[in-house]
Design a binder for this molecule. Structure first.
Ligand code: B3K
Ligand code: ZN
Length: 847
């Protein structure tokens, strides 16, 4: 396969003035008629007329009304065209039903649906399918009125009648934002008035039967619209905003202009069927896609190397939104847990790449935690460095200067340089240098001056042997021994390999709280003992670092147990106990405090220490620490559980959700003591999915899940999203030696569907997340996953390629496991007709 390089960017030689599309929908033979007005772009020199096109049957092509015979080339066609404005017309035939890759126009349960980002539009018609080609689109859809009464596309509805509908989108957009949905759909509707007084019709379209699961998403949408007006001054810009829920979808959702398409798992929710975690995620994804209207759609990317321009910024914006709607510290902690779980392993293994990569084979492989989450961290650092007011000014300038354009990271950075007068050249290394920097802190005190000696170092990553010092905002605060702040939070700017920062006038030695709020995506190395950590756990005034102190204690306790067979750290358990009883603290925050580093995170830490992680030992120690907590907190757990029961009708708001999460965390520990008695009561009385699922998990862990699992199945077998949970839970909670067998058995279940990405992930994706099960020494799980990736690749390359990352950490493990994994990777690599997606991923992992 061909490698594409950032440095090779050249603009398209033509301007697309206008696009007219007519769709004659048919499940196996859809006709797409296009009429496109092109003008040569006099500012460019490249006058080769190339249109992308894949899997299209060309019926006819015309230029200015004259039939032509274009020449087919790899990935599209070329034609001789006039050197003045001309009209291109084509008719093509496509087969939506055969499209199991879920890219382009496809069918899901009888409904037509599109996914065009990144390069799916070329599977719909011949077009310059690149994000820097923007145009206005008029669309006419024709379909059988009985089966397909609803027909939607981007922009505003213009007309509709028996068997047709027309749409017009006045905002120039790249083809990746094109969308069409048609089928038998029902709308949950509402209205929103923008701050300048425009009425917007809102609708969430679902399959009949799902109408009752839209209300929460609609509220989230209205909150997002208000928030973007208030915080970023951004208003919505069309007369209508439509959201559609579709069951078969490769990712979470898609921000098509005026017509967002969602994986049904990311929009449909009711108290009975969705957990608190689902509600929070739905609210965040609705916000994320809505926010793209400005950061992504009005201002888009020049090329796919600039993907973080829209994704990093939009993730950052949705995180701000969630922090405002819910709890800021809880959101920050959740995000750091996710970053360490997903981005750190990526950045420290063979798939490591820069936030703005320099090359790729298949762009779909670069919708990664690095582009999204590290991309958002980079924006957070920029905001910390320039300050809130300058950030707001820079954003205003960015929107004003670049509205309607396809931009680069240079444009983004320039908006900050021009508002602040700062030179951000060194900061830009965050976009080009891959890997997770390590920041080491050493303290010095002479009776008056307290000094922090900071240094930074980055390990080599694929293609980048040498690293330069980056600009790292290290937020710190100083406490006295009573836990009072003697230096409020301030950001130190570390921009050299080594640097010292002194604080004068401290007649007693202050206690430093370093990297507050996780002010940079780095690994902090601080030589402090557990007494200091216990002090910070009890007293740190920064809620993130207070949580982090507990996390560090837990990690050390686990490492001691895993590597030296040491008993669990009593200071950790005592400190944690005091905190759990502290009713001045938010229950959601206390629930997070009860957590501990995941087994794969521990494996990563042990690997970084230069040792070989043993998944079985890590599992044993993790379970033992949970047992130790259950015993140490035995006297207070029933009370903690009882006090955090929520009375009254279900509300998914942060307050009650936090109480449920603390009660459920207590339940998991109580179950270790009472063998499942409390859990079976909770299961019997649960009237919402959060309580029902937590009880079911606890029962499975107690070895008493069989009848509840059957009851759950009987209750929910007709609800696809709940059934995904039923599949996941069994794999997630399978014992290490049983995991592969449990997963294999589930793939033989009548309700397992490999073609539905949610269902596939709920078994195979979860298997890869069951650390001790996946890495069981038998190698059974490696082989099972590889079997299924091989089966899925010809059906759905995107989802297959994404799941190959389960193997990305393979070099952490012992020679036996490495050879087992290598064998599977090589088996995948040598399949004939392997997709470009999967072959790139496997190639990079093996490299
Ligand atoms: N922009 C889409 C992701 C498209 C993925 C293409 N493989 C969703 C989002 O980030 O909002
Ligand atoms: Zn996005």
């Amino acid at each position: 396969p061909q490698t594409i390089y950032l440095k090779d960017y050249t603009p398209f030689g033509y301007i697309v003035e206008h696009v007219d599309l007519t769709f004659k929908l048919h499940p196996t033979a859809t006709r797409v008629l296009s009429k496109i007005r092109f003008t040569p772009d006099t500012s460019t020199s490249d006058k080769m007329f190339f249109l992308h096109g894949e899997q299209l049957k060309l019926i006819s092509a015309k230029i200015d009304g004259q039939e032509i015979s274009p020449s087919y080339v790899e990935g599209g066609l070329q034609a001789d065209v006039p050197d003045t404005a001309f009209t291109w017309e084509a008719e093509v035939e496509i087969n939506p039903e055969a499209n199991t890759a879920l890219e382009g126009l496809y069918m899901s349960n009888g409904m037509y649906c599109t996914q065009c980002e990144a390069e799916g539009f070329r599977k719909i018609t011949f077009y310059p399918d690149r994000p820097d080609v923007m145009s206005v689109f008029d669309v006419r859809i024709e379909a059988d009125a009985d089966n397909t009464p609803v027909m939607l596309s981007n922009g505003n509805g213009v007309s509709k009648g028996e068997g047709f509908a027309t749409w017009s989108d006045p905002w120039p957009k790249p083809a990746y934002l094109f969308a069409l949905v048609a089928g038998n759909l029902i709308a949950h509707t509402d209205q929103f008035t923008t701050k300048s007084g425009t009425e917007v019709d809102l609708a969430i379209w679902v399959r009949p039967g799902d109408e009752g699961k839209c209300a929460f998403g609609m509220e989230a949408l209205k909150k997002s619209m208000t928030w973007d007006e208030e915080v970023y001054g951004r208003e919505y810009d069309l007369d209508e905003f439509n959201i559609v829920a579709v069951d078969d979808f490769n990712m979470g959702a898609m921000e098509n202009k005026g017509l967002n398409i969602f994986n049904s798992s990311c929009v449909l929710a009711s108290p009975e069927t969705a957990t608190d975690g689902n509600f929070e995620r739905i609210e965040a994804i609705i916000a994320h896609e809505y926010f793209h209207n400005w950061t992504g759609n009005r201002i888009t990317c020049r090329d796919w190397f600039q993907l973080c321009l829209k994704e990093g910024l939009t993730v950052f914006r949705d995180a701000q939104f969630t922090a405002d709607m819910r709890s800021e510290p809880v959101k920050r902690i959740d995000d750091v847990i996710a970053l360490r779980a997903r981005q750190f392993p990526e950045d420290q293994g063979p798939l490591s790449h820069a936030v703005r990569p320099e090359s790729f084979q298949e762009i779909n492989n670069f919708y990664t935690a690095t582009i999204y989450e590290k991309g958002a961290e980079v924006i957070g650092m920029l905001k910390t460095l320039v300050g809130d007011a300058a950030y707001a000014k820079a954003l205003d300038l960015y929107f004003e200067r670049h509205d309607g354009q396809a931009c680069t990271i240079e444009d983004w950075i320039k908006a900050f340089e021009d508002t602040t007068g700062r030179d951000l050249t060194q900061f830009k290394l965050w976009y080009s240098q891959s890997g997770t920097p390590e920041v080491t802190v050493r303290e010095e005190y002479n009776g008056e001056t307290f000094t922090l000696h900071l240094s930074q170092k980055s390990a080599p990553t694929p293609g980048q042997d040498e690293k330069h010092p980056q600009v790292i905002p290290v937020a710190i605060g100083l406490l006295n021994t009573d836990g009072e702040e003697v230096q409020p939070t301030m950001a130190l700017e570390l921009n050299k390999a080594e640097q010292s920062f002194s604080f004068e006038g401290h007649t007693t030695r202050p206690i430093a709280s370093v990297l507050r709020g996780f002010s940079a995506p780095v690994i902090l190395k601080q030589d402090i003992d557990n007494t200091r950590r216990a002090f910070l756990l009890a007293h740190d005034t920064d809620p993130f670092n207070r949580w982090e102190a507990g996390r560090d204690l837990a990690r050390d306790s686990l490492l001691g147990a895993i590597l030296e067979g040491a008993p669990h750290n009593a200071a950790y358990l005592d400190g944690l106990k005091a905190l759990l009883c502290d009713e001045t603290l938010d229950p959601a925050y206390r629930a997070l405090m009860l957590g501990q580093p995941s087994q794969s995170e521990l494996a990563g830490v042990i690997h970084k220490m230069g040792q070989i992680p043993d998944p079985a030992a890590i599992h044993t120690a993790s379970e033992a620490l949970r047992d130790a907590k259950a015993r140490a907190f035995a006297d207070m757990l029933p009370d903690l559980y009882a006090k955090n029961q929520v009375e009254g009708p279900f509300s998914p708001e942060a307050g009650p959700a936090g109480k449920r999460s603390l009660a459920n965390a207590a339940l998991a520990l109580v179950t270790r003591l009472d063998g499942g008695a409390t859990a079976s009561q909770q299961y019997a009385h649960a009237d919402n999915m959060t309580l029902q699922l937590a009880a079911l998990s606890a029962l499975i862990d107690a070895g008493k899940g069989a009848s509840a699992l059957q009851a759950f199945y009987d209750q929910w077998q007709s609800d696809r999203l709940v059934m995904d949970k039923w599949f996941s839970l069994q794999v997630m909670h399978a014992k290490p030696a049983d995991s592969a067998t449990v997963a294999r058995t589930l793939t033989q279940h009548a309700d397992f569907e490999m073609k539905n990405p949610n269902r596939f992930r709920s078994v195979m994706g979860i298997l890869a997340m069951n650390h001790a099960g996946f890495h069981h020494q038998s190698g059974a799980a490696y082989a099972l996953l590889a079997d299924w990736l091989i089966k899925l690749d010809p059906v759905n390359p995107q989802t297959t390629a994404r799941m190959c990352s389960a193997f990305q950490t393979w070099k952490r493990y012992d020679a036996h496991r490495q050879s087992l994994i290598k064998e599977q990777l090589e088996r995948i690599a040598t399949q004939s007709n392997l997709s470009r997606d999967t072959s790139e991923m496997v190639g990079r992992i093996l490299d």
